[in-house]
Design a binder for this molecule. Structure first.
Ligand code: PLP
Length: 406
């Protein structure tokens, strides 16, 4: 069982006071806080073995390279990938999706082809496909969701044609917290040999993910949203796709040999890791995985689902509060508005109370457009949050209501 009061001590920043009030950090979907174990690992790496990876035969370089490749093995285990060379380190989800859009796109997408995304995507899983479609004269199709935020599966099915070359879809919406039926989508796509990319940026930190069981073709996530340092992310890709895809960035580290006449490329995954990557952050990601694995992913899921249920009930009871995306399967976050008050004004009042929530479009403008709104207030949870913190949010909302409702 999660002993929240004990494990909160692992996160130094949670001791902080903001405007004289204890910090209530409910902006975890934007980025999570880091446990001391991860922070210590970063200092230890720089203090004891820092050196560029895969570059030298000297002791430090070898030690740093071993740590980096061990981090890859840890990620492989975390996702249950078949092999470590299916794990490509990127700077984050955004870069991982761009890698597929550029590399898969240049090899497999032609004029007249179709790519399907959903209406609830983060901009990171829209814009790279739009740019690719503009470049290749392919078509971007959009699967809608209903007013509960539930993806409309029949509509999605209806969009698939023999020209569909890829479905790119978010596992958990960062604007609504809705969990999509990814396995069903993958099964449906695979009956027609269509590969599926999953944006897992809001999934891996909340519940176990097994890429072999899902049978997804690509899976992207960011380290900073799951207790690791910023600047590291992962693209999982099935070997058969990664082998077939050309490099998307080029330079040092991704080559086998270079002459002015011809360059040959390194094997997977190095073909996709040009230049000096953020190897220290990769090691921090492995530490973060170690940390959450010790807590147990299943326990995290149970604890966070209970927090979300509690927050939903309490918020729903506030007069004039509108929750967006009440589909049955949700996790990690809740998005809402209060009467006609601008979310920024609520955000400012909550901030003065030490409560950090997110206000805005959450980089998902089409979701805002669906509901005919400009922005929402979003509270997003981690396993270090407590029901007492949710009570403070509720109190804050009542205060905001009194102050802002005329
Ligand atoms: N996809 C989703 C669903 C997200 O929530 C985010 C970030 O909020 C991203 C993609 C982009 O992640 P990053 O900025 O770490 O690349």
């Amino acid at each position: 069982m999660i002993d929240v009061h004990k494990l909160r001590k692992d996160f130094p920043i949670l001791e902080k006071k903001i405007h004289g009030k204890p910090l209530v950090y409910l902006d975890n979907a934007a980025t999570t806080q880091k446990p001391k174990m991860v922070l210590d690992e970063i200092i230890e790496f720089y203090s004891s073995i820092n050196s560029n990876i895969h570059r030298g035969v000297h002791y430090l370089s070898e030690q740093a390279s071993i740590a980096y490749e061990n981090a890859r093995k840890t990620v492989k285990g975390f996702l249950n990938a078949k092999s470590d060379y299916e794990i490509v380190f990127t700077s984050g989800t955004t870069q991982a999706i761009n890698l597929v859009a550029n590399s898969f796109g240049s090899k497999f997408i032609e004029e007249g082809d179709e790519i399907i995304v959903s209406e609830m995507e983060h901009h990171s899983n829209i814009v790279p496909w739009q740019i690719l479609c503009e470049r290749t004269q392919a078509e971007l199709k959009v699967a809608p969701f209903d007013d509960d935020g539930k993806l409309m599966m029949d509509e999605l099915k209806g969009l698939i044609t023999e020209k569909t070359k890829l479905i790119a879809i978010v596992y958990v919406s960062n604007a609504l917290g809705v969990v999509n039926p990814i396995k069903e989508i993958i099964e449906m796509a695979h009956t027609q040999d269509i590969p599926v990319l999953i944006d897992g940026a809001q999934a891996v930190q909340h519940f176990p993910v097994d890429v072999q069981e899902l049978d997804c073709d690509f899976f992207a996530f960011s380290g900073h949203k799951m207790y690791a340092e910023t600047g590291i992310g992962v693209l999982y890709g099935k070997e058969k796709w990664l082998e077939d895809m050309p490099p998307h960035h080029s330079g040092g580290g991704m080559v086998d040999s270079v002459t002015f006449e011809k360059t040959t490329y390194a094997d997977l995954p190095f073909k996709f890791e040009a230049g000096t990557g953020n190897y220290v952050a990769a090691v921090s990601l492995a530490k973060a995985i170690e940390y959450i694995s010790k807590l147990s992913m299943m326990e995290i899921t149970i604890y966070e689902n209970d927090l979300l249920k509690y927050a939903t009930e309490k918020l729903d009871a506030i007069d004039g509060l509108m929750i967006y995306g009440l589909a049955p399967k949700r996790c990690g976050l809740i998005s809402f508005n209060l009467d006609n008050i601008h979310p920024y004004d609520v955000g400012m009042i909550l901030d003065k109370l030490g409560i950090a929530i997110r206000t805005g479009t959450h980089c998902a403008e089409p979701v805002m457009e669906h509901f005919g709104i400009n922005a929402t207030i979003r509270a997003s949870f981690a396993f270090y949050n407590t029901k007492e913190e949710i009570d403070k949010l509720i109190d804050g909302m009542h205060k905001a209501r009194v102050m802002l409702c005329k």
